[in-house]
Ligand binder design. Structure first.
Ligand code: GDP
Ligand code: MG
Length: 436
């Protein structure tokens, strides 16, 4: 019946001052969609948004910022946490320190090797680049060209087809020439295969690198995650380099990879030039993913649909037992602005099923609105003066039956009683908590 509907609807809108299931659920759904659009794996996106929801529900908006801003902030915090929180440096222990570069063909290994060499050189380290791609003569040439550009020596043995021997010789050469860092660029295949994995595993156990990096093309989306998983199982690498973040890539791969292999991302590559290398900062990436996923505008949109000042004003009136028909009308407007009533009510935990059988829609409010709009300002302000003759006038004025007017008056009276009880219990907030 209508009394039941109103009761529920009222419970729904009372939550507008705090973050409730209702105002969180739809926003969280939008955030999840945005993350998936940004290439975050579905399961990961679901995990993150579930956590965001949990976090958000625990916070009080009245003492914080607006619900929308708070949600964005929480989302950014969660994404940052998910990507490891703080930046992680590469480990350059050893004399020389050996950095092994792994990854599929075309992922950007050779380019990154050059960039890393330039980056370390700038920090004053003596670097030796080593070409261990024994399958493609062009790869050695590519590395030599890069070395020439950045002024770093490149060690290669074009006739030698044994990567392990080349690497050993290179390390000996580095010791002899006083190079403190050796960066080994390796061969990759177009897809993961056992032979490639065997080769790089043997190389790793022979040269004992202080840092093994896995280079992955961020444009490859879900494949990037699977490749990372396979490489990590065989190689147990120390860190990830995400390349080609200058393209359409939205960076979601960073979250998925971190989540799946639990290894830190250490560098990002944003172009073909040697200076296009950045240290990976989780908070900046979170911002990028949020920005590109348009989450902020989505959240703002969701927020516009409920007016927080109004919610505070009404909460205050409820606390002082001054809630009147004007406030009631304003609350109905707010509910309607938030979208489909049935959907909203369905978001209350446990209510979804109960709601399915009811015929609640925006039209359910029409008779009520008509009656309230027929009231004089004095009647709305002070409903106690609405006696029998006034009720007859309201029915005639609104085109509703006297029965409907009486029902509304009764419901309004019940609602006020309920509010009074809640106030006596220690405020609306306590009751809200009990509802959740
Ligand atoms: P490798 O096969 O893993 O050694 O990959 P390469 O270093 O040879 O890179 C493959 C292609 O990707 C080359 O054309 C590079 O110029 C290009 N590349 C590498 N890193 C980036 C990057 O961060 N952004 C863009 N746009 N291109 C890149
Ligand atoms: Mg290469």
């Amino acid at each position: 019946n209508l009394s039941f509907k109103l009761d529920r609807a009222f419970k729904t809108l009372k939550g507008t001052g705090t973050i409730t299931e209702i105002n969180v659920a739809s926003t969280v759904k939008e955030i999840r969609r945005a993350l998936i659009d940004a290439d975050v794996n579905y399961k990961v996106a679901k995990d993150v948004t579930d956590r965001i929801k949990e976090e958000a529900l625990g916070r009080d908006v009245l003492i914080a910022v607006s619900p929308g801003q708070l949600l964005v902030k929480i989302t950014q915090e969660e994404l940052t946490k998910l990507m490891g929180g703080a930046k992680e440096d590469i480990n350059l222990k050893g004399d020389p320190a050996v950095v092994l570069i792994s990854g599929l063909q075309g992922s950007g290994k050779t380019t990154f090797s050059g960039k890393l060499a330039a980056f370390l050189k700038k920090q004053g380290r003596q670097v030796l680049l080593v070409g261990c791609d024994i399958y493609r003569p062009a790869a050695i040439e590519q590395l030599k060209t890069l070395g020439g550009q950045i002024g770093v020596e490149v060690y290669a043995e074009p006739e030698n087809k044994d990567a392990v021997t080349i690497a050993k010789n290179a390390i000996a050469h580095a010791k002899k020439t006083g190079k403190k860092t050796v960066i080994i660029d390796t061969a990759g295949r177009l897809a993961v295969d056992d032979k490639m994995m065997d080769e790089i595993s043997v190389l790793k156990s022979t040269v004992n690198p202080s840092e093994t990096l896995f280079v992955v093309d961020s444009m490859t989306g879900q494949d990037a995650v699977n490749t990372a998983k396979t490489f990590d199982e065989r190689l147990d690498f120390d860190g990830v380099v995400l390349t080609k973040l200058d393209g359409d890539s939205r960076g979601g791969a960073a979250i998925s990879i971190r989540h799946v292999v639990n290894k830190p991302i250490k560098f990002i590559s944003t172009g073909e030039k040697m200076e296009n290398l950045d240290i990976f900062y989780p908070d900046r990436m979170a911002q990028r993913i949020l920005g590109m996923g348009d989450v902020i505008s989505l959240v703002e949109k969701a927020q516009q649909s409920f007016d927080e000042d109004e919610a505070k004003r009404i909460n205050a009136k409820i606390r002082k037992n001054q809630f009147n028909f004007d406030d009631f009308l304003s609350q109905l407007e707010q509910i309607k602005k938030m979208g489909n009533i049935k959907d909203l009510l369905g978001m209350i935990p446990g209510m979804g099923k109960a709601m399915r059988g009811l015929d609640i829609d925006d039209d359910s409010f029409k008779p009520i609105e008509a009656i309230i709009k027929s009231m004089t300002p004095g009647e709305r302000e002070n409903p106690d003066i609405i006696d029998g003759s006034r009720r007859k006038r309201l029915a005639a004025g609104s085109g509703r039956s006297i029965q409907e007017v009486n029902n509304l008056m009764k419901q309004f009276g019940d609602m006020k009683k309920m509010m009074k009880q809640m106030n006596n219990m220690g405020g609306a907030k306590k009751a809200l908590g009990a509802l959740g």
